[in-house]
Design a protein around this ligand. Structure first.
Ligand code: NAD
Length: 487
């Protein structure tokens, strides 16, 4: 406990043209494992400060766009190398402010940097094509140019991964970026921006801090060329409306209600281990968390018993304790919301087969800990089967045929990730063709690779994917070039 208490005390405000300014209203963050411990002391950005960050970002972007692409790539890579050298400091900030186990926070740093390095490598790839012309002596090209100033707003669940998913491609493709991290976990993004000073030109990466009003001021600023947002559907809708006023390009990455379909397997233990991992990483506070287990009825009893046993065995505790597999939920409101969802499930007829209660590990009685919870007897119409829970809760729903399972996969508002366990090729291809999700996994939970498109369908997302080659469609705009040569 003393090692934890000795750390933290992050103090940041608005980053304007490479200088931290701390004048606005004060706000604080707290360690979710022991909420009496204040972790961060911050200053909210005023409207005037948001405008100053935007002006600096606009000026910096014009110069950055003239830097040759491969030179920009080298500068971005130097920035990423600096972050890699500070892995431990960044990981500890994530655990302290957000709560996830330190090993997972270190994993988040490693994975974020793999993804960012992949995006930096995109600087060397073609950004256009040669096209045939109707006319002789004419060379036609399509080329992509930097979009301009990117406004980015991120949630609290991945304090490094989500900001880096926006910062790395924005810079690589010649843009500047102004980021508003979540008011619950700003330390990590502030550390990142601080480490960028002296490597990136001043003004290229700006930080504004605060809640919805600051996000609104950022999105509606006239110098914004494109808006990238990750967070809840409700906020995504309101940002989409705001951005429409200036016709800025928009990319939204929203929630999920991700199923795993267990149809047949020759290794049920391995399959259940994957399901539990997919459900409990980051205490289930993951847009791609598995939250529904759809199981062929003949396997249901074994699957329910195996999941319950595994979930009861999970060690829940302080993220700085090496034995901890899942940490606290990130904030009190999240704990209350998850508990209310479980109670609602029971009221609608579900049975609690594991967990279902708040936990108070020794020494951390006031932390926001929740037991991994398995709900059985869930039917497709129940709220727990339809709405995002964003906590360590799994619901089991039996089915008879793969077509019935596919209807259940698709009959929700979301379409982010969907997983299938089967060795039957007809079932596998039926699933690939008809499961409506941006990311499909066969015999794999929902773990992604750093070079693959990260994208959602339906209410899970709008616009180009954030990772992968398609992200150039958001971070650049296309121009058609007609070039007459000779007479
Ligand atoms: P949230 O929508 O409450 O907040 C996200 C960010 O938006 C925060 O920085 C917040 O300050 C800001 N914000 C809130 N209201 C705003 C407004 N009116 N205008 C401008 N900015 C505003 O989301 P959250 O609770 O922080 O995060 C959890 C949600 O994020 C979940 O729904 C989860 O599924 C989603 N998420 C999605 C992905 C993905 O890639 N699809 C990844 C992570 C999280």
């Amino acid at each position: 406990m003393s090692a934890v208490a000795a750390e933290g005390s992050y103090t940041y405000g608005t980053l304007i043209n490479g200088v931290w300014v701390s004048e606005g209203r004060a706000f604080a963050t707290y360690n979710p494992a022991c909420p009496d411990q204040q972790v961060g002391h911050y200053r909210e950005s005023s409207i005037a400060e948001v405008a100053a960050v935007m002006k600096a970002a606009s000026t910096a972007q014009r110069a950055w766009a003239r830097v040759p692409g491969l030179e920009r790539q080298g500068i971005v890579q130097a920035f990423l190398a600096k972050l890699r050298g500070e892995t431990e400091r960044i990981a500890r900030a994530i655990t302290l402010e957000m709560g996830k186990p330190l090993a997972e926070a270190r994993g988040e740093v490693g994975y974020s940097l793999r993804e960012a390095e992949f995006m930096a490598s995109e600087a060397a790839r073609p950004l256009g094509h040669l096209l045939p012309s109707l006319r002789s002596n004419m060379r036609n090209m399509s080329m992509r140019k930097p979009r301009g100033v990117i406004a980015a707003i991120t949630p609290w669940n991945y304090p490094l991964l989500t900001p880096m998913r926006k910062i790395a491609p924005a810079l690589t493709f010649g843009n500047s970026i102004v980021l508003k991290p979540s008011e619950f976990t700003p330390a990590t993004a502030c550390i990142v921006a601080d480490l960028a000073r002296g490597i990136l030109p001043d003004g290229l990466l700006g930080i504004v801090l605060g809640q919805a009003a600051v996000g609104q001021a950022l999105v509606s600023h006239p110098l914004v060329d494109a808006v990238t947002f990750t967070g809840s559907v409700a906020t995504g809708r309101s940002i989409y409306k705001l951005a429409a006023q200036s016709l800025a390009e928009v990319s939204l990455e929203l929630g999920g209600k991700n199923p795993i379909v267990i149809h047949d397997t020759d290794d049920l233990d391995a399959c259940l281990n994957e399901a539990v991992t997919g459900a409990l990483v980051n205490a289930g506070q993951r847009c791609t968390a598995i939250s529904r287990v759809l199981v062929r009825r003949g396997l249901a009893a074994d699957v329910e018993a195996g999941l319950a046993e595994r979930m009861r065995a999970v060690v829940v505790g302080n993220g700085f304790d090496e034995r901890t597999r899942i940490g606290p939920l990130a904030m009190k409101a999240q704990l209350e919301k998850v508990n209310a969802m479980v109670e609602n499930g029971v009221a609608q007829g579900a049975r609690i087969c594991a967990g279902g209660e708040r936990l108070a590990p020794a020494g951390f009685a006031s932390g926001y800990f929740m037991a991994p919870t398995l709900l059985c007897g869930v039917t497709p119409g129940m709220t727990v089967a339809r709405e995002e829970i964003f906590g360590p809760v799994l619901s089991v729903l039996p089915y008879e045929t793969i077509d019935e399972a596919l209807d259940m996969v698709n009959d929700v508002q979301f379409g982010l990730s969907a997983s299938l366990f089967s060795n039957d090729q007809r079932v596998v291809h039926r699933f690939i063709d008809h499961a409506n999700a941006g990311m499909l996994h066969i015999n794999n939970q929902t773990a992604t690779d750093p070079n693959m498109p990260f994208i959602g369908m339906k209410d899970s997302g709008v616009g180009a994917c954030s990772v992968g080659q398609g992200s150039a469609n958001f971070y650049t705009s296309e121009s058609a070039v007609y070039l007459r040569y000779g007479s």
